[in-house]
Design a protein around this ligand. Sequence first.
Ligand SMILES: Cc1cc2nc3c(=O)[nH]c(=O)nc-3n(C[C@H](O)[C@H](O)[C@H](O)COP(=O)(O)O)c2cc1C
Ligand code: SF4
Ligand code: SF4
Length: 264
Amino acid sequence: MKIKTVDFYYFSGTGNTLLVIKKMKEIFQKKGIKVNLNKIEKSEPNKINLTHTIGIAFPVAVLSTYPFVWNFIKNLPDANGTEIFMVDTLGGFSGGIVGPLREMVKKKGYTPIGAMEIQMPPNIFYIQDEESCKIKIEKGLKKAEEYAIELIHGKSKWGRIPALSDATYLFSMGALKLTGIDLHQKYFLFKVNEERCSRCGICVDLCPLGNIKMEEEKYPVHDLNCEYCLRCVSFCPKHAIPCKFNYNGKTYHAVKAREFLKDQ
Ligand SMILES: Cc1cc2nc3c(=O)[nH]c(=O)nc-3n(C[C@H](O)[C@H](O)[C@H](O)COP(=O)(O)O)c2cc1C
Ligand code: SF4
Ligand code: SF4
């Protein structure tokens, strides 16, 4: 079926996924397709418009994606053939998404029309130098452009990736469950360095889960509901949120913080 309107539901921790969907939006719009961008963290799955084509976009985390993204997908309403596609961005390898997600949306009555995984610079562990990141982003956005063209011409695919994908998905679900328990949260708790912090409040506004609170005259404090998207760490203008995951304390973000502070 010819795509008329695409409603993207997306999450992007540090900007890679946002760059990808903005590129796809540009290509769709050039072909006269209307595109709406909706943040997953601000959207209710049961309110999506089933007469539009749905695009789900997110970063890979722990071989699949963040629990709140999975929750959004799992709570999508049943459909009667609504077309749906996915795109994720990743630093290296996923394995636990494409197959299981396809089955999930098919069971709900959607028609899966395309899936694409796009390599972008890693935002965790080893942050690459600026030039390498730039080259990776250029390649990634080229792939996003090609994918959008395939979708427009009905040439994209969302194949079933058997056994290994299901096993990786189950492994990922187990690992993600583990990251949610208090012990893990307490061990990896992000703690603001008060000597560096200017109390600007950006981290509080940026956290997609409302996991950071800042009381009057006090410094921001992280609660125990973190999903490790690294947004607060990466966008803090004072580098005041140290992260055990990142080598040498280096951080990465692909866009400016204000991109995430806009309404949509
Ligand atoms: C907690 C966490 C877990 C991640 N796990 C993976 C992974 O399993 N595989 C992978 O290839 N990249 C992984 N990454 C890297 C991101 O998927 C990648 O950099 C992505 O493009 C970030 O997108 P964003 O900027 O839209 O958040 C992980 C990043 C974070 C913060
Ligand atoms: S973003 Fe950084 S400087 Fe601003 S309040 Fe948060 S920790 Fe402090
Ligand atoms: S506390 Fe930081 S890393 Fe955790 S979910 Fe919020 S923004 Fe992401």
